[in-house]
Design a protein around this ligand. Structure first.
Ligand code: PLP
Length: 369
């Protein structure tokens, strides 16, 4: 958590607030903290306050978008999505398919760009939920949602959901949110606390709740709110949006330098995903394979012992034995998909750390200097 968010979190805890649904004073004070947080998030994202649904994280928001939109949609509504999505979209998609919902996966190229025309053509066949991620967590490819919206037109029969968890704070997010009917965000990706997500939901989009209980969050997401975490999340999101351009520019320079240093240190290193000079890529996410490394998870453990924290695949799937589904969807063989290593740059990353990281990699891989 970034320091400002931590401070906001503790301030709310120390205020000794009650349950935000209670009528008494400490309940009303808790409610007003949530109201202010909603206003802050809506202002930062350029959406209406009524469009903000607080959830427990990106996973819940993705599940709510898919099950909620299909559940409230007309009979026969289909789902069009991609093979590059996070498991929080792919697994609900599989569940929906097993329940008889027609699910289609659109193609993508070797750099991770999905075929927008194909999506539009598939969606024209009838009521459809389209779920396409705004930015990929493993390789940093992005989707032009404004263009996709243009292609889809304003037909009411198509609901456009995007998982924008990785876009937030790394690239401007407002146009993507404007283009989408439903958008998933997660606070812990931008220095907020874990356990707070947002589903931005245009009020005209019918959504069936996936949890049943109280009437919180406009009866879309019942459950007593985590007030301190919501306040901290709102501040972190606000700051991340304000700092996006600076983050993007700084990580562009750093990632280019990291790649140049990596190539110099380990000449047969392979880049997975979009090219380094692709201006649409997330600059903080670099996915590389080392042909002589069989399984990146072994390398991750060795690097961790040497003080370098990186990931194989997505953090959520890194305990699994499967090769990265994203690298496989790019068309890479199992060997390359298993040896993919994800190096992420954060707000505090700097040039010195890059040098140390590349040295650590070179030594761990046993390369001569
Ligand atoms: N979607 C994407 C693209 C992610 O990267 C993640 C988390 O890594 C999630 C969804 C899940 O978000 P959360 O960890 O808040 O449940």
């Amino acid at each position: 958590m970034r320091a400002e968010a931590r401070e906001a979190f503790l301030k709310v805890l120390d205020a000794g607030l009650g349950n935000a649904s209670s009528m008494h004073g400490s309940g009303r004070r808790a409610r007003s903290v949530i109201d202010e947080a909603r206003e802050q998030v809506a202002g930062a994202l350029g959406v209406l306050e009524d469009d903000i649904v607080f959830t427990s994280g990106g996973t819940e928001s993705d599940n709510l978008a898919l099950f909620g939109a299909i559940g409230a949609g007309p009979t026969g509504m289909g789902l069009v999505t991609t093979r590059l999505e996070h498991a929080a979209v792919l697994e609900p998609a599989e569940r929906l398919e097993s329940q008889g919902v027609p699910v289609t996966y659109v193609g993508n190229n070797a750099a991770g760009s999905v075929d927008l025309e194909e999506i539009a053509s598939l969606a024209s066949s009838g009521p459809t939920l389209v779920s396409v991620m705004a930015a990929n967590n493993e390789i940093g490819s992005t989707t032009d949602l404004v263009r996709l919206r243009e292609l889809l037109g304003s037909r009411r029969a198509v609901v456009l959901h995007t998982d924008a968890v990785q876009l937030l704070g790394k690239k401007p997010v407002k146009d993507a949110l404007e283009a989408a009917d439903l958008a998933t965000l997660s606070a812990h990706k931008v220095g907020g606390p874990v356990g707070v997500g947002i589903l931005v939901r245009r009020s005209s989009v019918p959504l069936r709740p996936i949890l049943l209980g109280g009437s919180q969050e406009a009866e879309i997401r019942p459950g007593t709110e985590n007030v301190a975490a919501i306040a901290a999340a709102a501040l972190a999101i606000d700051l991340a949006v304000r700092e996006t351009d600076a983050f993007n520019t700084r990580t562009r320079e750093l990632s280019r330098e990291l790649w140049a240093r990596l190539q110099a240190a380990v000449p047969d290193v392979q880049l997975n995903g979009p090219a380094l000079d692709d201006e649409t890529r997330l600059n903080n996410t670099l996915n590389v394979s080392f042909p002589r490394v069989g399984d990146a998870r072994m390398l991750v453990t060795k690097l961790d012992l040497a003080g370098l924290e990186v990931s194989a695949g997505s953090a959520c799937a890194s305990g699994s034995l499967e090769p990265s589904h994203v690298l496989q969807a790019l068309g890479h063989d199992v060997k390359r998909a298993t040896s993919g290593l994800r190096i992420s740059l954060g707000r505090t990353s700097n040039e010195d750390e890059l040098c140390t990281a590349v040295d650590t990699l070179r030594i761990t891989l046993g390369e001569a200097s």
